[in-house]
Design a binder for this molecule. Structure first.
Ligand code: GLC
Length: 536
């Protein structure tokens, strides 16, 4: 099969995470909505993306911004109706854009009908859909810490038992050891697949199974505050997950071309676990691995992290790469706040779009949009409300998309649900469309190049020796060879290149296709991103 005919959208394409509340407000209530996304599909098609990961849109009391679902088969009125969602699917598909939904099934909202029933009595038929336990010697059944702080056990006075919540107490964990729960979730997957949804981003997959003997986690100071200073040996990532993943995969395999990408949130277990969730390409199609996202701005560290990630993948495992998402400060804020922001943003873009594996952009990344600093009075994320000022929450990276320099950045006709970034008059889509050297136009060219060059989409990856400030690698496919050179430093550096070959510039931040390449050692400009091809 030729590279052109076996294009698999989730493997060879480019995906983009959209935070629905912040993309575009079509009805003037200050919040983004599904109709708003429909209106921006042409923009996304022009950017060149193949799929959207849509943040959670199911009915939710929004204690965790939609990651607390009250009804899996509904659309929250904040975002629109089921008809709007079906229209989004149809309009996206017309433009060859796939839609994957967030599937948040480690836990439900405490407002979900199942939990309301479950907590009614100890013998309720839904009791065993959640994880209930008695007191153990007057104390909670285990010492496990929740991801949002405090313990995982919440006392329920009505039935005098604790229920388990890995996140907020309003997010009780489902009991994945109960076959009835599994069947219901698989039926829900089919409900959306039947509508034409192309796949799922599965929230915190590695939290589904907990130790059934409820053994205590060991204390570990090095695990840090976000892990509650304990190693989550028993409260997460337990054996048995493979069976669940196989069952989920079987549901997807009943349809054509559908996929799932797992969020395997394993700060402490490293990339090996993310790789294990893909099996030999027969479990999750992709799984997120966050070590790149947590790396410092340092070419040598990136080399290590990339090698570490690629080394643990099985023969059929496929990497997926992400630099920003809705849970962490944006990449430009982490790596490029202050000086040289746009230059560094282009280095990141070139990295993400030329690395082996499926790239996931985060909305606004393509214009180098930074976090929008948040004040106490504007906080929406419960994490920020609870832990301000030590932890300010995740609102800063969820701010409204900056469409133009007009009122409300062209996002809405009224004051948006979160404050706009003060710099939107400079950093916005309309301004960057007009500027051939903008970050946006660089992303567009990179995505187009990736589509054109099989070596970038699916080729092999090999690091090339370089200065410690440079990350250089070859991507090869059959007789196509591409060399990527990324200078992380604000100074000129020298990169040796194979002088037995002739090279031409495919794309670069500081050179054009006419630039000659000096074979005896290339003087790389500060923050230069350069993509060369062997000229045959
Ligand atoms: C995931 C989501 C995060 C959410 C948590 C609980 O990590 O990305 O936003 O708070 O799961 O559902």
């Amino acid at each position: 099969m030729s590279a052109e005919t076996d294009f698999i959208w989730w493997k060879h394409g480019v995906l983009c995470e959209i935070w629905p509340r912040s993309y575009y407000d079509s009805n003037g209530d200050g919040s983004g909505d599904i109709q708003g996304i429909i209106q921006k599909l042409d923009y996304l098609a022009e950017l060149g993306i193949d799929g959207i990961w849509l943040g959670p849109v199911n009915k939710s009391p929004m204690v965790d911004s939609g990651y607390d679902v009250a009804d899996y088969r509904s659309i929250d009125p904040l975002y629109g109706t089921m008809a709007d969602f079906e229209q989004l699917l149809a309009e996206a598909h017309k433009r060859n854009i796939h839609i994957i939904m967030d599937m948040v099934v480690n836990h439900t909202s405490d407002q979900h009908a199942w939990f309301k029933e479950s907590r009614l009595s100890r013998d309720n038929p839904k009791r065993d859909w959640y994880i209930w336990h008695d007191r153990k010697r007057g104390r909670p059944p285990s010492n496990w810490k929740a991801a949002m702080g405090g313990g995982v056990w919440q006392w329920d006075n009505a039935t005098k038992q604790y229920y388990l919540h890995s996140f907020f107490k309003e997010q009780p964990d489902l009991n994945w050891r109960n076959p009835a729960v599994r069947q219901e979730i698989y039926a829900t997957m089919r409900f959306w697949l039947d509508k034409g949804v192309d796949g799922f981003r599965c929230d915190v997959l590695n939290y589904f199974l907990k130790d059934d003997q409820l053994r205590d986690n060991p204390t570990s100071l090095s695990a840090g505050i976000f892990n509650g200073f304990q190693k989550h040996l028993y409260s997460r990532s337990q054996p048995g997950m493979e069976e669940i993943l196989r069952q989920m995969r079987a549901v997807l395999d009943g349809y054509k071309d559908r996929m799932m990408v797992g969020e395997v949130f394993v700060a402490q277990d490293g990339p090996a676990m993310a790789a294990a969730f893909m099996g030999d390409g027969d479990l999750c199609h992709l799984s997120f691995e966050f070590s790149l996202l947590f790396t410092k701005w340092d070419a040598a560290r990136f080399k290590e992290m990339i090698n570490g990630w690629f080394a643990v993948l099985s023969a059929k495992g496929w990497p997926c790469n992400v630099l920003s998402n809705h849970d962490q400060p944006r990449a430009v804020t982490r790596w490029a706040a202050g000086a040289d922001t746009q230059k560094r943003a282009k280095v990141m873009a070139a990295l993400l779009l030329t690395l082996r594996g499926t790239p996931f952009l985060y909305y606004g990344e393509e214009i180098g949009m930074p976090d929008s600093p948040i004040k106490r009075g504007d906080v929406m994320d419960t994490v920020g409300k609870m832990y301000w000022p030590i932890v300010k929450g995740r609102d800063a990276e969820r701010s409204p998309m900056q469409w133009n320099a007009g009122p409300q950045a062209g996002f809405s006709s009224v004051k948006p649900w979160l404050p706009l970034n003060a710099d939107y008059s400079e950093i916005n889509v309309a301004a960057q469309e007009k500027d051939p050297l903008s970050v946006l136009n660089f992303y567009r060219r990179l995505i187009a190049l990736r589509r054109e060059k099989p070596a970038l989409q699916r080729g092999g990856y090999e690091q090339v020796p370089s200065d410690k400030n440079i990350l250089a690698y070859r991507r090869t496919y059959h007789n196509e060879e591409i060399l990527v050179i990324l200078n992380f430093a604000g100074e000129r550096k020298v990169q040796a290149i194979d002088s037995s070959k002739r090279w031409k510039v495919l794309l670069g931040t500081q050179r054009s296709s006419e630039s000659a390449i000096d074979k005896d050692g290339l003087a790389v400009y500060p923050y230069e991103a350069l993509i060369l091809e062997e000229d045959k």
